[in-house]
Write a protein that binds this ligand. Structure first.
Ligand code: BES
Ligand code: ZN
Ligand code: ZN
Length: 462
């Protein structure tokens, strides 16, 4: 899709036009809209095919609302033959949302369908508040999100650790100043990453540690992004019930999100070094499966009692966080579909933000608010920490309490963060918003690329 500036809106001959309406604005086709009982509010859309005109309502004129509005307009255009669209963007602050809404809306997933959907829209003409830089940046970010959706949506038969590693290599190759190393299961054993290795060992698809590096000139900071890349989570011997197992291809979402963030940051040429560390494994059953009752030694020497093999993400991340700290980054962000408890706590649209550094948590949540993602802090406390006590090892991989599961999972990770790094680390539990079978807002059913826009926004403002 191309975005072009136009000077004279009325003389521009596009196949259709989109009009954003707020309460303050006067509408031309009042009669038509009344007939359709169109209300001037968010998520309202009216398509007047005889006029080739689409009205979209917004509660307020801002970037988040315009993203949603354009997403809904594009939904209407999807089945049509329209090749071009024109829109008057009254205010520069709306432009980012307009461009993102169009690109996010254009996405569809039909890799496994016999007949593919056709999307004909090629050119978008924008009048009044066009700005090349804003359009370019919005395009990069929204395309990274679509890229994330596209990989998350792929099946476990298609994407397993080795394939994910191949894909990461391909991404690195397509970017400037970026490289990618892939390490196999022998490396994990050699490096004492026994928790990570144990989780992946029952699968015919062996685990991989994927490490991408983005190295711009004159970097201002270095960030390590750590992603949970469970290409499938059956639960292992603590097997999930059938209903809970369904959709568990989503368990690679953290990995895909961190990969997409690196992609966007590199394409935006931001002066921040990124180390992207992905723990890719498949949690399966079999004669070689790790078991509840097992005790393993982590990369940092801590001994972990496995009491539930379905709490596998924290085991993989624990070793990866140890690895990440050796790189001495300024910040460590991990992203994971870590707990069902986080979905219970915050609902399926909001991701959880956990860590010791209140400022950092606050900054991330503010970034989320600016880009229209939902994020909320879940606080640690010493009593929940005590529920991870083990009688046979240093720590148990599950809490003895049924409650506060998102926080206790995060407190497990905390046990692998060195004292000097406590304030550098933040954990994002994206189990809710990373994948949704119905879709919502400007997210189609399936993978969503949760956290990508938030983190890119945060990194941009560092
Ligand atoms: N991948 C799941 C968490 C999950 C659940 C993500 C639902 C998305 C939707 C994770 O590995 C898991 O199974 N967690 C367990 C932890 C429990 C055994 C302590 C859970 O949430 O039930
Ligand atoms: Zn699990
Ligand atoms: Zn999992």
């Amino acid at each position: 899709m191309r975005f072009k500036e136009i000077k004279k809106y009325n003389s521009c001959k596009a196949d259709c036009e989109v009009i954003i309406v707020s309460k303050e604005k006067d509408i031309i086709d009042k009669k038509d809209l009344k007939l359709l009982s169109f209300k001037i509010e968010t998520e309202e859309v009216a398509f007047l095919p005889h006029l080739h005109r689409i009205y979209v309502g917004v509660d307020e004129l801002n970037s988040n609302e315009s993203r949603l509005a354009l997403f809904n307009a594009i939904k209407k255009i999807k089945g049509t033959k329209y090749k071009s669209l024109k829109i008057k963007v009254d205010n520069k602050s709306l432009l980012k949302g307009v461009v993102e809404g169009i690109i996010l809306g254009s996405y569809s997933f039909d890799k496994y369908k016999s007949s593919k959907s056709r999307f004909n829209l090629k050119t978008i003409y924008i009048a009044k508040s066009f700005n090349k830089k804003i359009v370019k940046e919005a395009k990069i970010v929204a395309e990274s999100v679509n890229f994330a959706k596209d990989i998350v949506n792929r099946t476990p038969e298609d994407i397993y650790p080795e394939k994910l590693a191949k894909l990461a290599k391909k991404v690195a190759k397509s970017l400037n100043n970026t490289s990618c190393e892939v390490y196999d299961e022998k490396f994990l054993k050699r490096e004492g990453m026994n928790l990570f290795y144990a989780v992946g060992r029952a699968s015919i698809h062996k685990p991989r540690l994927i490490h991408l590096k983005y190295r711009p000139e004159n970097p201002k900071k270095r960030i390590a992004l750590v992603g949970k890349g469970l290409t499938y989570d059956s639960g292992g011997l603590s097997l999930k019930p059938s209903n809970a197992m369904l959709t568990m291809k989503l368990d690679k979402s953290g990995a895909i999100s961190v990969l997409s963030i690196l992609k966007a940051v590199a394409e935006l040429k931001l002066p921040i070094e990124i180390d992207c560390i992905i723990g890719a494994a498949e949690n399966m059953i079999g004669g070689n499966a790790y078991k509840p009752d097992d005790v393993f030694v982590a990369k940092n020497g801590k001994r972990v009692e496995v009491r539930n093999t379905d709490a596998e993400g924290r085991l993989v991340l624990a070793d990866c966080l140890c690895y990440a700290q050796e790189l001495k980054p300024d910040y460590i962000v991990d992203m994971a579909t870590l707990t069902g408890a986080c979905v219970v706590a915050l609902g399926e649209y909001t991701f959880g933000v956990m860590g010791h550094n209140s400022n950092l948590k606050h900054t991330i949540i503010k970034s989320a608010n600016r880009v229209g993602e939902l994020a909320s802090s879940l606080p640690f406390n010493r009593y929940l920490k005590r529920t991870l006590k083990s009688n046979v090892a240093d720590i148990s991989n599950i809490s003895s309490s049924r409650y506060g599961g998102a926080i206790t999972a995060s407190l497990f990770l905390d046990a692998f963060i060195e004292e000097k790094n406590k304030d550098r680390w933040i954990h994002l539990d994206i189990a809710g918003p990373a994948y949704n079978e119905n879709g919502w807002g400007y997210n189609q059913p399936g993978g969503t690329g949760a956290g990508v826009r938030t983190c890119v926004e945060w990194i941009k403002n560092l």
